[in-house]
Design a protein around this ligand. Structure first.
Ligand SMILES: NC(=O)c1ccc[n+]([C@@H]2O[C@H](COP(=O)([O-])OP(=O)(O)OC[C@H]3O[C@@H](n4cnc5c(N)ncnc54)[C@H](O)[C@@H]3O)[C@@H](O)[C@H]2O)c1
Length: 320
């Protein structure tokens, strides 16, 4: 009997410890202050978390903090938050250039650095060394295997995908990706935290493209093939999908927003991962990326950008 009582006590201690992590988690680090990282930091800070925003590039930190301030101003103007909420959100964010400094005392890290496998593996090796073993390490990767990222750490049960959508403060979905070894406890906790951020988490398993990009990217690729084969023009393809399928924007416009280089990289992950020719990127997409026409971020993709109007102007290569 004493043995049973003792065991019970041990279980109680484990249970209380787990529960405390769940309820008390308050400090997070976000790696990368770019498009996604600043949105993720903004969202955690708005919901009361203390956030360390870490980027190797000081210019990214400055641009990221300016974007957060501008987006908070927009929320104030829409009366979604008050001036006091804005001030509290900004006060919750501290910036760092070093991972070792920034992750001190945090309970969760969300990595949102550049989509490059070697870079991410290096960051996770660094995070594994710089944080205590109970810290959960999440990645916002769009396509890199969570199982692969977890394999360079000593805590694969605590590595998970937390795939926010762009723009993060606005978009409701978080795709929660379970790596091969991610534990139930960590998955449940990350689902809970996502709900606390007023998001809707959806749990998926770790296979190429997860769910969002496995379905979205073949649609975008097919739209590019439809253009490439001369079935219809840019405007016609996007109009069919907007008005016929009630999509808020056409697939070619969406590809320009995501970045054609990012679309190409994800299609290559799908193609390599499944070995199925149906995922082969359209040669037109490959050509455009090679020519530096990557969409909004370079000023030209299927449309021309940066002309200062809200009108959609088809890029000169695709004008009829
Ligand atoms: N852009 C999107 O629409 C989108 C959507 C969902 C997920 N994602 C994913 O989010 C991640 C970030 O994408 P993004 O669009 O924000 O990229 P981005 O290029 O806008 O930002 C990446 C940032 O990472 C920083 N960085 C690079 N190496 C670093 C390091 N070692 N330590 C700290 N910071 C480092 C860069 O300086 C840069 O500021 C990627 O994994 C991407 O696949 C992007």
């Amino acid at each position: 009997m004493p043995f049973v009582v003792n065991l019970h006590c041990q279980f109680s201690i484990v249970f209380i410890f787990t529960l405390q992590i769940t309820l008390d988690m308050k400090k997070v680090a976000v790696i990368g202050a770019g498009t996604m990282g600043n949105g993720i930091a903004h969202t955690f800070a708005q919901f009361g978390y203390t956030v360390s925003l870490i980027d190797v590039a000081q210019s990214s930190i400055e641009k990221g903090m300016a974007t957060i301030t501008k987006n908070l101003d927009r929320q104030v103007a829409k009366e979604a938050i008050s001036e006091a909420d804005k001030a509290a959100t900004l006060a919750n964010i501290t910036t760092f250039n070093s991972i070792e400094e920034g992750v001190k005392g945090v309970e969760l890290v969300v990595e949102a650095a550049t989509e490059n496998i070697d870079l991410k593996l290096n960051i996770f090796r660094q995070l594994d060394a710089a944080t205590s073993p109970e810290v959960i390490l999440a990645s916002n990767t769009s396509s890199i295997s969570i199982t692969k990222i977890a394999s360079v750490t000593t805590r694969p049960d605590k590595v998970i995908g937390m795939h926010f959508m762009n723009p993060v403060p606005v978009m409701k979905l978080v795709e929660i990706i379970r790596g091969y070894s991610t534990s139930d406890e960590v998955t449940d906790l990350i689902m809970d935290i996502s709900r606390k951020l007023n998001k809707v988490p959806v749990e998926v398993n770790d296979y190429p493209g997860f769910v969002a990009n496995r379905i979205l990217m073949p649609m975008i690729n097919e739209a590019i093939y439809t253009l490439f084969e001369g079935v219809a023009g840019v405007e016609e393809i996007d109009t069919v999908m907007k008005l016929g399928m009630a999509h808020p924007m056409g697939p070619l416009q969406l590809a320009d927003f995501i970045g054609l280089d990012v679309c190409l990289a994800i299609l290559e992950v799908l193609h390599d991962g499944f070995g199925n020719p149906k995922y082969a990127p359209c040669p037109l997409l490959v050509n455009m990326v090679t020519a530096g026409k990557k969409g909004v971020k370079t000023g030209e993709g299927f449309y021309s950008w940066g002309h200062g109007t809200k009108d959609l102007i088809v890029a000169s290569n695709f004008k009829k």
